[in-house]
Design a protein around this ligand. Structure first.
Ligand code: CA
Length: 230
């Protein structure tokens, strides 16, 4: 599942380079030349990750990071700060406001991609292409294949994303609206009942390999993916 990565960078050449890197890594790049533009774009789409330049016209990257981290709607979005400054003091300031990581310009594309991958793996594992296995159930995001007990499991795109999210966020209870946010995306106007329909389809599909009990209904709360059947 490609991540939507918002790039906030005022130097066009660097922005171009960042967007190219992100696209080549299989993600979507959303570009903004300033914090103001970024804020407008975020009214449409909440990004999965923000690459945020420190030195920007108007509000600078550090202030924007602080603002994002103090707003409940945006505080969980991972942020990687970009800067020409390399000294420890600035690095500490960036991390203090809640940035997840820090890349110093000039950066190598390989380093940048490794940082993006590491942050996504830590903060949004369903956005990475790492294959995952739980109790003999295998899911490979890069090939879009799911199998268990030597059987291939056919899933529609929504069930696939739902299962990927569950497997990378196992043992936690997710409410229907959390699942809508994480799997269907923000600002999608579908009813909570839609979740139930796709859960039922997912369970039916997993019955092929005997893994349907991994998707558990938690009464009055939502759903959980768990290997513990209590
Ligand atoms: Ca700049």
């Amino acid at each position: 599942m490609p991540a939507n990565i918002l790039v906030v960078e005022d130097e066009p050449a660097i922005q171009e380079l960042l967007a190219l890197n992100i696209t080549q890594a299989g993600h979507n790049a959303i570009r903004a030349l300033s914090v103001e533009i970024a804020q407008n774009l975020m009214r449409e789409t909440i990004p999965d990750l923000i690459l945020l330049d420190w030195m920007l016209p108007g509000m600078n990257g550090l202030e924007f990071a602080r603002k994002l981290k103090s707003d409940p709607q945006t505080k969980s979005i991972p942020i990687i700060m970009l800067t020409a400054r390399g000294d420890e003091y600035d690095k500490v300031r960036g991390l203090e406001v809640g940035a997840d990581d820090y890349v110093t310009k000039p950066f190598s594309p390989r380093e940048l991609n490794a940082r993006i991958k590491a942050v996504l793996r830590r903060r949004a594992p369903q956005m990475t292409d790492d294959p995952i296995e739980v109790s003999g159930l295998h899911l490979d995001p890069s090939t879009h294949r799911v199998s268990g007990n030597q059987r291939n499991i056919d899933l529609g795109p929504t069930e696939f994303r739902l299962l990927h999210f569950f497997m990378t966020n196992a043992e936690r209870v997710h409410t229907r609206s959390q699942l809508l946010d994480k799997v269907w995306g923000d600002r999608v106007f579908v009813e909570d009942r839609t979740v139930d329909v796709h859960i039922r389809r997912l369970r039916n599909a997993l019955a092929v390999s005997g893994h349907e009990d991994l998707i558990q209904t938690v009464r009055g709360a939502g759903y959980r993916f768990s290997i513990n059947n209590d």
